[in-house]
Design a protein around this ligand. Structure first.
Ligand code: AVJ
Length: 337
């Protein structure tokens, strides 16, 4: 289709809301399953309601949460080289878990220096984040068009596998160490599914946090201001609102530990006393012992060999890694082979 229309922001934007995008039946089912298990748990994707998404953005500004700054430094200093290494010819940019898409701007800048226009395809669980970030990007970049998907990763990847336009390369982006939320099996499943969307010659860029001293990691996930605690405990507030639950936030605390053996930070909520909670929308009562936990997140930390191994096992060739100056974070180029 030849487009001769004026390039307003609105005719360069489309939003697709897919199945799981934000429907409350899956939240209800996942909460029921998670809170009736012997070890209680909740999936981390539910952190990102309107408030949770903003709390995560606040986390990215915390002095202790070095991940965002380290990855920004890598992108600021190497964007041209990264983009040149990832695609020899015009490409579209698909981003899984785009959030505020602030760091993505370095790559968008670099791509628009090399090609006349760019199709950006952000995927995020939060529709609000997608709309906010998209309209900002469209204001800044008149040569950008956006198709946004409000969906979880697997739902979006299934839909995206059918959209690759002929001739154009795809650069897939998975920033911020979002890959750390998957356990090893989940990472493999995710990378394999992602690979199915790509064709030989396409590229995947993965930002991944590196293993380091436990104290540094724990501080990054248990900050002095209590923003990460609020981010975690906001899941209780969300259950109160969306599932008519009666959690008293003051009766839970936030806990972050580093499991060195598994190479992951583990995030939990801890019940400060014995208590029984009612979730009216689920017609469910849940009891807690004093000290009983709800496991809400794992954040795996990597070394470069491990990442390369995961890439090879899922149909990619690890091609290059960039680091920040303090070597806290890695940025990896995997070629679809
Ligand atoms: C967005 C999943 C990459 O694991 O570092 C930050 C989420 N949780 N602080 C991470 C998070 C607590 C973050 N990811």
């Amino acid at each position: 289709m030849v487009s001769q229309t004026v390039s307003t922001a609105s005719n360069r934007f489309a939003l697709r809301r897919l199945g799981d995008g934000r429907d409350s039946t899956s939240f209800a089912e996942d909460v029921r399953e998670g809170l009736t298990a012997r070890q209680k748990s909740l999936p981390p994707k539910y952190f990102y309601d309107a408030l949770g998404s903003q709390l995560f953005e606040a986390i990215c500004h915390l002095p202790e949460y070095y991940l965002t700054r380290a990855e920004s430094e890598i992108l600021r200093d190497n964007a041209d080289e990264i983009v040149a290494s990832a695609a020899g010819r015009p490409a579209r940019l698909v981003e899984l878990g785009s959030g505020s898409a602030e760091k993505t701007r370095y790559l968008i800048d670099a791509l628009l220096n090399r090609q006349p226009s760019l199709h950006y395809v952000p995927v995020d669980i939060s529709r609000v984040s997608l709309e906010r970030s998209s309209f900002e990007l469209l204001q800044i970049y008149p040569r950008l068009s956006i198709t946004a998907y409000a969906a979880d990763y697997f739902t979006a990847l299934k839909a995206l596998a059918e959209t690759a336009s002929s001739g154009e390369r795809t650069i897939a982006l998975f920033l911020g160490s979002n890959i750390g939320n998957f356990d090893p099996d989940g990472s493999r499943a995710f990378l394999s599914e992602l690979r199915r969307m790509l064709r030989p010659g396409d590229a995947l860029l993965v930002g991944a946090d590196l293993k380091k001293a436990g104290e540094v990691l724990i501080r990054a996930y248990d900050d002095a201001l209590g923003v990460t605690a609020a981010f975690n405990l906001n899941l209780l507030v969300r259950m109160n609102r969306e599932l008519e639950a009666n959690f008293d936030v003051a009766k839970f605390s936030h806990r972050a530990t580093y499991n060195q053996e598994l190479g992951r930070v583990e995030i939990r909520m801890v019940s400060l006393e014995p208590q029984t909670i009612r979730l009216r929308a689920l017609d469910l009562e849940v009891s807690f012992r004093e000290g009983e936990t709800i496991h809400t997140e794992n954040s795996y930390k990597f070394d470069v060999e491990q990442l390369a191994g995961m890439a090879r096992a899922t149909g990619f060739a690890p091609e290059r890694t960039w680091f920040d100056s303090a070597r806290r974070f890695s940025f990896n180029l995997f070629a679809a082979s």
